[in-house]
Design a protein around this ligand. Structure first.
Ligand code: WT7
Length: 566
């Protein structure tokens, strides 16, 4: 097909071509919700399924693009009525229910900033993120309301909590809480806010080594990058049924679980049910999923059940598979060929980059174990961490760096411009990951350059865990590291020195684990706790997590000359 051969010609893939295809001009109005709804209606896609949603129980529900428009207009009208103004931060604290996906568009239509919060977050994780953004509204459901109520007094900015499944016969709502039923709130239309390419759209919090989680702020113009990469790398076409397995609490679930596919008018499938390989394959067969975007941890979980597990299912619709979030090892790619007869196409990017930066795109050979090559409109390199100088020798390991600007680049960290500026060196944006580039321009991931823990593709900040650990009555000091894990890549391991009067025991261990699970999230919960008398520290008092990690993995410990004592 001529369309396909164009895709292989990387030169013709430019951001301005993406903007042109979407009918956008640099200075004209631009709104992600308008593109995902009104534009699709104008193109005659109103009757096409936009969302096929399958929950824990019951039959799947299908929403057309027309439904998307009217239901998101309903959301925008309701929020405006509730006193939400353009640029207010509105949090979505929801499981993967239809309200999450459609509410997202309603918030953007109103010109407010959408702040997704992973529904498994505990009170402290929630508090940090709402307190930092000073959000005025949180949209949630009954089962998560308790966590919000417990922090409500500590976040005075939060004037409205919307409950999407309130039961009038059940417990009453409190002041500042309002019920909204999306199905009943449908509106034919609601004026799109006058937003432009540089107007704030999405605020996603991500973890660093030090300090609180940082809010990466994106803009409406990001859609150009999400559109073009969805088209070229996910290879989405009009008749596809696309499944992104990521939760919109994380950036993959918004950039490629909402904005990318819907900007192309493509049908997407959402499964709001726990993992089992049987359930996944059955869902893919039933809904004839043709394009699939998932993560290495999920692939390794599927691998455990063997390629045979696919056999009883008709996966003949599946034609393209991509992966993101962690290194996709060569075994994963080879297994994918066995199980599905297709290659998993690895993609590398970050919350901060907003869209894929380094990719394996259809038409280019996959080298198992490599993340692929820079997306054609992207300039990427590996650079010297000190000078920012590009390392041009094949095989040299350096920091992954991207040349700004690109449409979906974060515009700042909320309330934290100093850290934002610290991410640039020598004219490059520095991702904080190490890699090498081979003679064909393929990138090979080596590791992160900080102490952030990557568990199942989710970043967890050691500082966040350590701060929470300190609040447990038994803990005097602690350090959290990522311990290598065969399925999740890493799991959290905590080293804990107990306060006087406390003795290590299974009970203390369990109590600490549960404490973190409830306060932060199941992801942040240490899978292992090692009790120690004291922690290795530098002379300036910084905990040497790297030393603990090296001990754990049996690696070379490296320079310890700044260590406090021997
Ligand atoms: C970090 C970003 C953006 C999608 C989800 C994660 C790691 C991401 C890969 C990959 C090896 C990867 C990096 C990166 N990462 N993709 N293909 N191979 N590592 O977004 O939570 O902002 O995490 O995930 O360490 O910096 P995020």
């Amino acid at each position: 097909m001529s369309g396909e051969s164009k895709i292989v010609q990387g030169d013709s893939i430019t951001w301005s071509r993406g903007a042109g295809e979407l009918g956008l001009s640099d200075s004209g109005p631009m709104n992600i919700a308008e593109i995902c709804t009104d534009r699709n209606l104008r193109l005659g896609r109103g009757g096409r399924p936009a969302l096929i949603h399958q929950g824990h129980a019951g039959d799947p529900r299908t929403y057309t693009f027309e439904d998307l428009k009217e239901l998101s207009c309903g959301w925008a009208a309701f929020l405006a009525e509730a006193g939400i103004r353009p640029l207010d931060r509105v949090c979505l604290f929801l499981d993967r229910v239809p309200e999450l996906y459609i509410g997202f568009l309603g918030i953007l239509r109103l010109g407010a900033v959408v702040q997704p919060l992973f529904s498994a977050f505990g009170e402290e994780a929630l508090f940090q993120r709402i307190d930092d953004s000073q959000a005025s509204c949180v949209i949630t459901q009954r089962r998560h309301l308790g966590k919000l109520r417990r922090i409500r007094e500590r976040v005075p900015s939060l004037h409205t909590v919307v409950v999407i499944d309130h039961d009038p016969a059940g417990k009453p709502l409190r002041s500042g809480e309002v019920a909204f039923s999306m199905d009943d709130g449908r509106r034919k239309d609601f004026p799109v806010a006058r937003t432009f390419g540089e107007s704030p759209s999405v605020l996603h919090y991500t973890s660093g080594t030090t300090g609180k989680p940082k809010g990466a702020l994106h803009v409406h113009g990001s859609v150009v990058a999400q559109y073009l990469t969805s088209k070229v790398v996910l290879d989405l076409r009009e008749d596809d049924v696309y499944w992104c397995t990521a939760d919109p609490g994380w950036v993959t679930g918004t950039s490629y679980g909402i904005i990318g596919p819907w900007s192309l008018g493509v049908t997407q499938f959402v499964l709001d049910a726990g993992f089992s390989s049987e359930r996944w394959y059955a869902a893919m067969a039933r809904h004839r999923v043709s394009v699939w975007y998932t993560a290495p941890t999920a692939i390794r979980m599927l691998m455990k059940d063997g390629a045979e597990a696919t056999r009883g299912h008709d996966l003949s619709a599946l034609r393209h598979m991509c992966s993101v979030g962690e290194p996709l090892n060569a075994e994963g790619v080879l297994w994918g060929r066995q199980a599905f007869g297709l290659d998993f196409h690895d993609t590398f990017w970050q919350t901060e980059t907003g869209a894929m930066m380094i990719t394996n795109r259809p038409g280019l050979p996959v080298k198992p174990g490599s993340m692929g090559r820079p997306f054609p409109a992207v300039t990427a390199a590996v650079v010297d961490p000190e000078t920012g100088e590009e390392l041009r020798e094949p095989g040299q390991v350096g920091m992954i760096a991207i040349k700004p600007p690109w449409p979906s680049m974060m515009r700042t960290y909320w309330n934290n411009t100093a850290t934002y500026y610290s991410k640039f060196l020598g004219g490059w944006y520095i991702c904080g990951d190490r890699a090498s580039v081979d003679e064909d321009g393929y990138f090979w991931f080596c590791g992160r350059d900080d102490d952030v823990i990557n568990t199942g593709g989710h970043l967890v900040g050691p500082f966040e865990i350590e701060s929470a650990l300190l609040e447990h009555e038994a803990v005097a000091e602690s350090a959290a590291i990522g311990k290598p894990d065969p399925v999740n890549m890493e799991v959290v391991k905590a080293f804990v020195a107990l306060r006087p009067g406390w003795e290590p025991s299974d009970d203390v261990e369990l109590s600490i684990m549960n404490f973190i699970r409830k306060k932060l999230s199941p992801l942040a919960m240490p899978q292992e706790i090692e009790f120690v008398d004291k922690l290795p520290k530098t002379r300036s008092g910084k905990i040497m997590r790297r030393l603990l990690k090296a001990r754990e993995t049996g690696e070379q410990i490296g320079d310890t000359s700044t260590l406090e004592d021997d």
